[in-house]
Write a protein that binds this ligand. Structure first.
Ligand SMILES: Cc1cc2nc3c(=O)[nH]c(=O)nc-3n(C[C@H](O)[C@H](O)[C@H](O)COP(=O)(O)OP(=O)(O)OC[C@H]3O[C@@H](n4cnc5c(N)ncnc54)[C@H](O)[C@@H]3O)c2cc1C
Length: 392
């Protein structure tokens, strides 16, 4: 009988895990992939939509056309996970598994930042980022604060990219001189493991007049006085506040008793949880790497290969290596690349670029994943012109 593999969450990690597993095992596995949404959206596409590079419908990838043979997609919400029994309750019924993978990502808790929901705009969820596009279009100039409440947060370079793309947008619209931009981050430098990437980003901030407020987070927004209250006691006036909310595991993970210190515990080299044959990958897992798609993806490959070895009764040799390549938008269609290694004794990272050639590399990265997971051609930022709606 084929091994039943149940994958919860069809995000960056879950999609790559199922693709790898289908390749490795073919008919030897019966793979079910469950997600509460019907479409996948890359994290970086949220910024592309928010800054008017492409339309929202261009970045949504429907699960109905999954490329991996033998994978059944179920559109349902996961409501309870019994890791001992490897049994999962969903809005579409109960599923039993021989191998269970938890790849449910991270959710946001806006209530932890007083005033954020009322006076600010979170741009990290799909809905938040897409709605922020209209907010930016209507903005006529003033003080902008881009603030993070606390770590960990997804894709550490994303807030730096946001202020650089925002600066470019305001300049193109002729309202840069009547605006200020400040980035508040609870890190000493924009990309902690990479001094050279951080130096390049700080130089770009300096050159473009973007204020950098490190080592603290935004605690609350005062709507009457229109100020952001920071953890270090500073107060920043804002006309427009763009926020990264507190991250947490989805409710169902917490309610199922699967967390330690807020995240799902795993062996970082194997991605297996303390429950045998139950794996956790990506943003919901405590792996020790940043929350980003490139890390979730590689964790998915390792977990898939280890499951495949177990199904075949072979010894599993694949170990997660903590490596990833992060793309950083600098504005002006220039992209930098940072190769990061988190398990090399201490985190290390090298910056390449920024350049327009590397922007093409980033496009190829997105296009290759859509081809692999969905079997479709895709041009991430619509350079063909079809999908573009805003200024280039
Ligand atoms: C603005 C922004 C820019 C980013 N840029 C980049 C980038 O350039 N490069 C990069 O590598 N990463 C980037 N990221 C981060 C990246 O998007 C995430 O880290 C990555 O998607 C994590 O993968 P995952 O598989 O762990 O979770 P996700 O991709 O978030 O997938 C989790 C899935 O679980 C589903 N789910 C959750 N709860 C339930 C439930 N109860 N029932 C059913 N389904 C459920 C969700 O619908 C989702 O599809 C960015 C993020 C943001 C916000």
């Amino acid at each position: 009988m084929a091994a039943r593999v149940l994958v919860l969450g069809a995000g960056f990690g879950g999609l790559e895990l199922t693709a790898t597993l289908a390749e490795e095992l073919g008919d030897a596995a019966d793979i079910t992939l469950i997600d509460r949404t019907e479409e996948f959206v890359f994290g970086f596409s949220k910024l592309d939509v928010m800054f008017g590079r492409v339309r929202a419908d261009h970045v949504r990838h429907r699960y109905s056309g999954l490329a991996a043979p033998g994978v059944t997609f179920v559109h349902a919400g996961v409501t309870a996970i019994d890791a001992d029994a490897k049994r999962v309750e969903t809005t579409a019924g109960t599923f039993d598994a021989d191998y269970l993978v938890i790849a449910l990502g991270a959710d946001y808790d806006l209530s932890r930042t007083r005033g954020l929901a009322e006076y600010g705009h979170e741009f990290y969820s799909e809905a938040g980022a897409f709605a922020t596009r209209d907010v930016l279009e209507a903005f006529t100039g003033g003080d902008v604060v881009v603030g993070i409440t606390a770590g960990p947060f997804k894709c550490p370079p994303a807030p730096s990219e946001t202020v650089l793309l925002l600066e470019e947008m305001l300049r193109q619209r002729g309202i840069r001189d009547s605006s200020t931009i400040t980035l508040v981050m609870p890190f000493p430098r924009p990309i902690p493991p990479s001094p050279d990437a951080s130096a390049a980003i700080l130089a770009a901030f300096e050159e473009r007049g973007i204020a950098w407020h490190p080592d603290t987070g935004v605690r609350s927004l005062d709507g009457d006085r229109r100020v952001a209250n920071l953890g270090d006691g500073a107060q920043l006036p804002f006309d427009l506040y763009l926020g990264v909310p507190v991250h947490r595991v989805p409710d169902v993970i917490e309610a199922s008793g699967l967390t330690v210190d807020g995240w799902v515990p795993v062996d970082p080299l194997t991605l297996e949880t303390p429950w045998p044959d139950v794996f956790a990958i990506g943003d919901c897992a405590a792996v020790g790497t940043p929350r980003a798609g490139v890390f979730a993806e590689r964790q998915g490959v390792t977990a898939a290969r280890r499951i495949a070895a177990r199904v075949r009764d072979a010894s599993a040799v694949d170990r997660y290596d903590g490596r990833g390549t992060c793309y950083i938008e600098f504005g002006g269609d220039a992209v930098g690349i940072v190769d990061v290694d988190f398990f090399a004794g201490r985190p290390s990272a090298t910056l390449h670029g920024p350049s327009r050639a590397l922007a093409a590399d980033k496009n190829a990265f997105g296009a290759a994943r859509v081809k692999r997971w969905f079997g479709r051609d895709w041009d991430p930022v619509g350079r063909s012109g079809r999908a573009r709606t805003g200024p280039p």
